[in-house]
Design a binder for this molecule. Structure first.
Ligand SMILES: [Zn+2]
Length: 423
C-alpha cells in the first residue's frame, strides 16, 4: 500500500509532493480505515495525477476510486465517505458508468468520489427535477391558484389549503398554522363573504391546528378524525360539529363538495374532497405532485391504504389535484406518476422479500435477539430495493434519494404484517 494513496485532503493540489505525505490520524479516522478489507480497498485507491486532475474536477469530483472484486457501493461509501448511507451520492456521481454495468460496481471501474473528502458529517442530495422545484412566490408571500371559477388553493412554504366561495359564505378546507396569515388574507382578496364552514381533511396538526382562528363555524370531519381531534386536546382544533362515516354531500350557496372516505390511508379518517363542477379533488398527504413520498410512506396509518387511495384518485375524471404539500397543484399526470412510483416500490420490496431468506440473519446475532435478527433482515431487503428505485426514479420525482430507504423498510413491514391480498 502506498502512502500517497492515504492522504486525501488535497485532491486539487497541483503540488504533487502534497499527495505524498503520510496519512494523518485525522485522515485515517475520516476515511474509516480500520478493518483489513479497507486496506485491501485502498490498494485500489488512487489520486488523480496532474494530467487527470482537471478532467476529474470538471466532472464534479476530486478523487476517484478503482473498484475491486466484491465491492459494493455501500461498502465503498462506508470506507471512503464515512457512512454506508452515502452510497447514493456515489451512485449519482457515477451513474453513467454504473448503469452501463447493471448498476453494480464491477471490478476495474473508475468511480469519482464526492468533492469534499471532509464531508463525512454532511450529506448531499440529488438536485430537484424541474417539476419538483418551488414556484416563484408573489410579493404577498403566498401563491393563490384559482381552480375553475370559485375554488381556490393557497400555497406557502410547502403547505397548501383550499377554499370554496359560495353565494352565502366561504367553505375553508384545512387551517394549517403555517398559513395562519396567508389563508385569511387570500380569502379577503377574493371575497368579502364570511367563512361559514370548515372541512377537516384529517386530523394532523400541520394541516388543521389553526382551525380555531375561524371562530364559530360549521366544522365537518370523518368520525375517526373527530375521535383523534378529541384525543389531541388541542384548543387550535375545535371538535367537528358534523361528522360522517362513508360519505357526505356538502351543498352551500349553490356550490357542492362531495366528501368520501375510502378507508384507512395516510391517516385513518383522511377523506377525499371532490369538487365535481371544478373538476378538482383534494386528498391531503397522499400524492405529492412531482415528489417521492415523505418518510415512513408519508407517516401512513395504512401503507396498503395509501396504494388504494392512489388507485381511487387515478379513476377520477379530474383536471386539478390538491395534495396539501410541496410547491404546486397536481394534475392527473402527477397522480399517475405517483401511483406508478408507490406501486413500483411496493412490488420491488415484495420481490426483495421473496428473494431474501430470513433465517441466516438470526444466526448472526445472539440467540433470542429477534429484534436484531429482524433488523439485519429488513436492512438486507432495503439494500436490494434502494438501488433499483434510485436507478429508475432519480430525476423523475423529487427527493427519491431522501426517504426511499426508510420507505422500503416501512413497505417491507407492511408486506409482512398487513399482507393485503388485493395488491
Ligand atoms: Zn397528514
Amino acid at each position: 500500500m502506498c502512502e500517497e494513496q492515504n492522504d486525501h485532503t488535497h485532491p486539487h493540489d497541483s503540488d504533487s509532493d502534497s499527495s505524498r505525505r503520510p496519512p494523518s490520524r485525522r485522515g485515517i479516522l475520516r476515511w474509516g480505515m480500520a478493518a483489513a478489507p479497507v486496506a485491501a480497498g485502498l490498494t485500489a485507491m488512487a489520486w488523480p495525477d496532474r494530467a487527470t486532475a482537471e478532467a476529474t474536477t470538471a466532472s464534479g469530483g476530486g478523487a476517484f476510486y478503482r473498484t475491486v472484486r466484491g465491492d459494493t457501493l455501500r461498502g465503498i461509501a462506508g470506507r471512503y465517505l464515512g457512512s454506508e448511507q452515502r452510497w447514493a451520492e456515489l451512485y449519482r456521481l457515477n451513474r453513467d458508468v454504473l448503469d452501463a454495468h447493471g448498476g453494480e460496481p464491477s471490478p476495474g471501474l473508475r468511480l469519482a468520489l464526492p468533492e469534499s473528502p471532509d464531508g463525512a458529517a454532511t450529506r448531499s442530495f440529488a438536485p430537484l427535477p424541474a417539476t419538483a422545484k418551488p414556484l416563484p412566490v408573489p410579493p404577498e408571500g403566498y401563491r393563490l391558484d384559482r381552480i375553475g371559477d370559485t375554488f381556490y388553493a393557497v400555497t406557502a412554504g410547502g403547505t397548501q389549503a383550499a377554499f370554496l366561495v359560495t353565494r352565502t359564505g366561504v367553505v375553508v378546507i384545512d387551517a394549517p398554522p403555517s398559513l395562519a396569515e396567508a389563508l385569511p388574507a387570500a380569502i379577503r382578496r377574493v371575497t368579502d363573504r364570511k367563512v361559514t364552514h370548515l372541512v377537516y381533511s384529517h386530523d394532523h396538526a400541520d394541516h388543521t391546528a389553526n382551525a380555531s382562528a375561524f371562530g364559530d363555524v360549521i366544522r365537518i370531519a370523518h368520525t375517526a378524525t373527530a375521535e383523534r381531534i378529541k384525543a389531541s386536546r388541542d384548543p387550535g382544533r375545535p371538535m367537528p360539529t358534523v361528522t360522517f362515516t362513508d360519505s357526505h354531500r356538502l351543498d352551500v350557496g349553490g356550490e357542492r363538495l362531495l366528501l368520501s372516505y375510502p378507508g384507512p390511508n395516510h391517516e385513518t379518517g383522511n377523506i377525499l374532497i371532490h369538487a365535481p363542477r371544478q373538476r378538482a379533488a383534494m386528498m391531503v398527504d397522499v400524492v405529492m405532485p412531482g415528489w417521492a413520498p415523505f418518510r415512513a410512506w408519508g407517516t401512513a396509518d395504512s401503507v396498503p391504504g395509501v396504494l388504494r387511495a392512489h388507485d381511487l384518485l387515478a379513476t377520477m375524471d379530474l383536471d386539478t389535484y390538491i395534495g396539501g404539500h410541496v410547491h404546486r397543484l397536481g394534475t392527473k399526470k402527477d397522480i399517475e406518476t405517483s401511483r406508478e412510483f408507490v406501486r413500483d416500490l411496493w412490488s420491488e420490496t415484495g420481490k426483495a422479500i421473496a428473494a431474501t431468506d430470513m433465517g441466516p440473519f438470526f444466526g448472526k446475532v445472539e440467540a433470542g435477539n429477534n429484534w436484531a435478527g429482524f433488523d439485519l433482515y429488513l436492512q438486507a431487503v432495503a439494500d436490494k430495493v434502494e438501488p433499483v428505485i434510485h436507478r429508475k426514479w432519480l430525476g423523475r420525482l423529487g427527493a427519491v434519494d431522501v426517504f426511499t430507504r426508510e420507505n422500503a423498510l416501512t413497505v417491507a413491514l407492511s408486506h409482512i404484517v398487513d399482507a393485503p391480498q388485493d395488491l
